[in-house]
Design a protein around this ligand. Structure first.
Ligand code: ADP
Ligand code: MG
Length: 327
């Protein structure tokens, strides 16, 4: 089973950033209101995610690390199919097969926390008593210590950390109601309190995207025919030299979609933003029944039932907002 896990791990666990994504999604699934992330050496030496979520029942702890009973990799034929499904229910098993993993958890009202440890080997993890408030801590040490080929593909500490930080930022923008703290080699990188008000949400965007973006952006909030678009759109005075600042969420899920990108670019181009790269943090909300965000779990694509209407709505909303800003 470990071999199967390691094959799976090759797909789901590419680098520290992919591990963090899985761990954070688990914490959010568990209803966490606060997530603390500690990283050492770009995440290769240590990744620790601590949450105050519902916790895991001690009886289920070893189970959380094992591949789900309905094994997905039955034959080699299945490999491809599994890859496209994004390994649901396989993340912890995969990560534990290529690292030294400790899972510590306490459920509501429990007198005692419990812990399981694995070390990349095929062994029955032992459940031991531990100290932990309600919630879960997953500690991942020495990623790829037993898969040197994979370890060779890792880049510098700085690069790995910047990928990881980007994952945290994307999720932090999708959940204003959850506090996120990120530390690298003991230094605070992001300290985001749960945002209850619009002002606090704005502060979070400033922390994540930089204060200059918020100051030189247009705040929008528009609704039409069951579609709502809100967020921040960078003005032409805001120029970004480094990476793209383009975050678009549909019903809370980050997406990268051709239709959306086209509508935004079109609106920008029409209003003197010639040649400028659009920058935005935007949230679109619509009836979940008219959008399919599960087209591909890793590619962040969506399919709208009425893509024409969505395109028109995005274009006209942004166009109007930007045009009003024209000097
Ligand atoms: P999946 O999330 O797809 O079920 P994972 O391998 O990521 O698969 O996690 C396995 C199981 O472990 C989850 O279904 C959940 O029951 C439990 N689990 C993992 N992380 C947490 C957490 N932070 N809080 C509570 N339960 C967790
Ligand atoms: Mg998961």
């Amino acid at each position: 089973p470990r071999l199967a896990n390691q094959i799976a791990a090759g797909e789901v666990v590419e680098r520290p950033a992919s591990v963090i994504k899985e761990l954070l999604e688990n914490s959010l699934d568990a209803g966490a209101t606060r997530i603390d992330i500690d990283v050492e050496e770009g995440g290769v030496k240590l990744l620790r995610v601590r949450d105050d979520g519902c916790g895991i029942d001690p009886d289920d702890l070893p189970l959380a690390l094992s591949r789900h009973a309905t094994s997905k990799i039955v034959e080699l034929d299945d490999l491809e199919r599994v890859a496209t499904l994004g390994f649901r229910g396989e993340a912890l098993a995969s990560v534990s097969s290529v690292s030294r993993l400790t899972l510590t958890s306490a459920i509501e009202g429990a007198e005692q926390a419990w812990q399981v440890e694995t070390e990349g080997r095929d062994m029955q993890p032992r459940v031991q008593p531990a100290a932990h408030p309600r919630g879960t801590t997953v500690e991942v040490r020495d990623l790829f210590f037993n898969t040197p080929a994979r370890r060779k593909f890792l880049r510098t500490e700085k690069t790995e950390f910047s990928h990881l930080e980007e994952v945290v930022k994307r999720l932090a923008l999708s959940r204003f109601d959850v506090a996120f703290n990120l530390r690298h080699n003991g230094k605070p990188v992001l300290a985001l309190r749960a945002a209850q008000s619009e002002a606090e949400a704005r502060r979070r965007v400033a922390s994540v995207c930089g204060p200059a973006f918020v100051e030189q952006s247009l705040q929008i909030d528009s609704e039409r025919g069951g579609l709502r678009l809100w967020g921040w759109v960078g003005l032409p005075t805001f120029s970004r030299s480094q990476a793209d600042l383009q975050y678009f969420y549909v019903n809370g899920r980050l997406i990268r979609d051709k239709l959306v990108a086209h509508a935004v670019r079109q609106a920008y181009r029409d209003v003197l933003y010639n040649g400028r790269h659009p920058t935005f943090v935007l949230f679109m909300e619509l009836d979940p029944a008219v959008v399919d965000v599960n087209v591909h779990p890793t590619k962040h694509e969506v399919r709208f039932r009425d893509s024409r209407m969505v395109h028109d709505f995005l274009f006209s909303t942004l166009h109007r907002a930007l045009a009003e800003q024209r000097p």
